[in-house]
Design a protein around this ligand. Structure first.
Ligand code: DC
Length: 221
């Protein structure tokens, strides 16, 4: 199988870019963040708090998460329910970052992600794909952008969906989330040694898509 790993901080544009590269290069897009988000949503619904490690660990044991594709768009199925519409809020995002630090949560999802990549040519995005999930991927990208740029992008995305938001709060959330993701003990977010750094702060989406597609083509040939 031919696998592409894309890692980077929140709001760097990983999912937008990976979706477009997937289409162009005929790969299956796997958004691993949405799997962590589904777990967080389930914990929130059960009234479990992020710091209740034992309860979170117990809850994830009983969860069933799977991915389906509708017209090429990934759908996350949590215990039989399609939860795509509920996992993109800031509340779920913050809870996700907190519970993603727990080993029990990561172990379950990493196994699932590796199983998917064994069966399909994927472009998988997350925080630990190049460093842990797909260590042998022939293409690894570390996609980043300045925090303010990332906050501005998230702000526009949320506004488009009609959600009330404040850009300074979003920027602070992004910086806090980056800190948690980069400083946790297990699989912290960092650039893999063999990953190619792409800073999208001053690039258009199309420029980033083209740059990554060129890297993939080079490796394929
Ligand atoms: O990419 P995202 O914003 O949907 O990710 C939400 C959170 O999930 C993020 O704060 C870190 C965590 N995450 C992770 O720890 N490992 C992954 N492979 C993907 C996401």
């Amino acid at each position: 199988m031919f696998n592409v790993a894309i890692d980077g901080p929140a709001g760097a544009g990983k999912s937008t870019i990976a979706k477009m590269v997937a289409k162009k290069m005929n790969l299956v897009y796997v958004d691993t963040g949405s799997m962590y988000r589904a777990m967080a949503l389930s914990c929130i619904r059960q009234g479990i708090k992020a710091e209740e490690h034992e309860k979170v660990a117990q809850a994830v044991k009983d969860l069933n998460i799977s991915l389906e594709y509708e017209d090429g768009v990934q759908q996350v199925i949590l215990n039989g329910e399609n939860v795509n519409a509920y996992i993109r809020t800031e509340e779920v995002g913050n809870m996700t970052s907190a519970i993603a630090a727990y080993g029990e949560v990561r172990e379950r999802l990493v196994d699932m992600q590796q199983a998917i990549a064994r069966q399909k040519d994927v472009i998988m995005d997350g925080r630990d794909i190049g460093t842990c999930v797909l260590k042998d991927a022939p293409v690894k990208i570390y996609l980043t952008a300045a925090p303010r740029t990332r906050a501005e992008r998230r702000y526009l995305e949320l506004k488009e969906k009609g959600q009330e938001c404040d850009i300074d709060t979003i920027e602070k959330d992004i910086i806090d989330r980056d800190y948690r993701d980069m400083h946790r003990e297990i699989s912290p977010l960092k650039q893999a040694e063999d990953a190619i750094l792409v800073d999208s702060s001053d690039m258009t989406i199309q420029q980033v898509v083209d740059a990554i597609s060129d890297i993939i083509r080079e490796r394929i040939s």
